[in-house]
Design a protein around this ligand. Structure first.
Ligand code: ADP
Ligand code: MG
Length: 465
């Protein structure tokens, strides 16, 4: 029929525009490398907003493995908020306990005080519930690493001002503030005696945790609600570091690669719709095509256009389909992984989430195709980003005779749970590196490495050392 043809034309056009042939990914990787150079050179106030921030983390030593003692970590960065207590035994994690709560939506767009009061209250609850075995010796204060996964301009290992919010957070009065000071004040209001000994990004926590379990880890990438990467840079390759040369000769850089933008990124009209309706138009464009917060939404926007312009779901446009963020990325992955011959999962998801019933098998196949297009584009671009880091580190080629192993720690719910995405990312990196180089480069899934990494960083920056 005419309608079906029209719908298929929309899908075909979308697929073409999402195309990520190898040559294009190579250009994206080169652009990433170039932006890394630019961001390392530019002072903080310079540069276009899309330029990589390449933030100095003040982490110049990754864990040695000798760290000992009881430390806490707080992880705030997306959908969930976590409190951890880790007992480090010098070489091993002796004991670990985690409490996880989801962040009430109203707090994500409220006031700084309300958010930090909530965090401090959860932390106080966690501490109150712990047994006598976790008492610290007299005179010793509890110490905490605050893993705060938004762009922060740090001025030391334990202080830093929030540059901007991302990933659905928007709390105006916190922007420009020192988030450690905000947390410390909230803890004082709750009567909680704890000291923040380190402030890190989750990428940095993952890098630290990864290095603890594998000495060859040089970079960490997060693919969760948002996306970001951190890596170990030579201090003398960071022009903007100036007087701050660390003894180790190294500095961990938080790339904030979600802001990456290049003319080679395959944006479509649907991505611009998503961007326009987002809390941060024009920002985080790389994040908006590869991370978990957005993939489901892109598919919803395409389906909406197919409903409007090709009556894909019949004469009326399903009302639920018009509501932003109704289709979430976990739904996308569930539909994408549907192996039943009649695509039962797709049928159920369409019914339950979008209230669309009576779809034909052909229609459900088209929905799966859309999931595949969006996930493939995201995963391939993420792989290109990783190649950009490897090029910067000079590890994208085999140096004669040298057999150095390179490990990249990967974490985040998208990578962990979306198998098709993960497989595609890994295959694409192989495709880009070639068989020989691929053998020396390993992606390692970090199982909550960022929590352990944070505890290790709290330990190595303890005031009691
Ligand atoms: P955060 O990034 O918020 O710190 P996570 O790393 O746990 O937290 O990632 C959560 C994100 O991962 C979700 O927002 C969602 O986009 C994605 N995700 C979670 N489960 C799945 C799934 N089954 N399939 C695909 N994506 C998922
Ligand atoms: Mg996280």
């Amino acid at each position: 029929t005419k309608r079906w043809e029209k719908a298929m034309a929309i899908v075909k056009d979308f697929e073409e525009k999402c195309g990520t042939p190898t040559w294009k990914l190579e250009k994206v990787a080169d652009a990433m490398t170039q932006e890394m150079h630019a961001g390392l050179a530019a002072s903080d106030s310079q540069g276009a907003p899309t330029m990589l921030k390449m933030l100095i983390t003040y982490v110049s030593n990754l864990p040695s493995g000798d760290e000992k003692g009881l430390f806490y970590a707080l992880d705030l960065g997306g959908t969930n908020f976590r409190v951890l207590r880790v007992q480090l035994g010098g070489g091993a994690v002796v004991n670990q306990e985690v409490s996880e709560v989801s962040i009430p939506l109203d707090l994500m767009v409220g006031t700084s005080e309300a958010l930090f009061d909530f965090i401090a209250a959860e932390l106080a609850k966690f501490v109150e519930q712990e047994g006598p075995e976790f008492q610290l010796p007299p005179g010793r204060q509890r110490e905490l690493c605050f893993t705060f996964s938004f762009p922060v301009m740090q001025s030391s290992i334990a202080s830093g001002n929030l540059i901007k919010w991302t990933k659905g957070f928007s709390i105006d009065d916190a922007v420009g503030q020192d988030v450690v000071a905000e947390l410390t004040r909230a803890m004082a209001r709750k009567g909680l005696d704890m000291r923040v000994s380190a402030l890190v990004n989750d990428t940095v926590g993952t890098l630290a945790g990864g290095r603890y379990s594998n000495k060859d880890v040089v970079a960490a990438v997060i693919l969760g609600t948002g996306t970001n990467a951190a890596y170990v840079e030579r201090a003398n390759a960071i022009p903007k570091l100036r007087g701050l040369l660390p003894k180790s000769g190294e500095m961990v850089i938080n790339m904030e690669w979600g802001t990456f933008w290049s003319t080679d990124l395959p944006f479509t009209e649907y991505d611009y719709v998503l961007d326009a309706e987002s809390l941060n138009p024009g920002e985080q464009m790389f994040e908006k095509i590869i991370s978990g917060m957005y993939l489901g939404e892109i598919v919803r926007i395409v389906l909406c256009k197919m409903a409007e312009e090709a009556s894909f779901f019949g004469d009326i446009i399903p009302p639920k389909l018009k509501i932003p963020f109704t289709l979430r990325t976990p739904d996308l992955s569930a539909m994408h992984h549907d192996t039943s011959s009649d695509l039962k999962v797709v049928d159920t998801k369409l019914k339950n989430i979008l209230e669309i019933s009576n779809t034909s098998l052909e229609m459900r196949k088209v929905v799966v195709q859309l999931c595949n297009i969006v996930a493939t584009r995201g995963a391939r671009l993420a792989a290109a980003g990783i190649l950009g880091i490897l090029i910067k580190l000079g590890r994208d080629k085999i140096k004669d005779g040298e057999k150095q192993r390179t490990v990249i720690a990967l974490d985040g719910g998208l990578y962990e749970h979306y198998a098709e995405y993960r497989k595609c990312l890994e295959n694409t990196l192989k495709e880009l590196l070639g068989e020989e180089v691929s053998e020396s480069i390993v992606i390692e899934q970090s199982n909550d490495g960022s929590g352990i990494g944070a505890a290790l960083l709290a330990a190595s920056h303890s005031q009691f050392l």
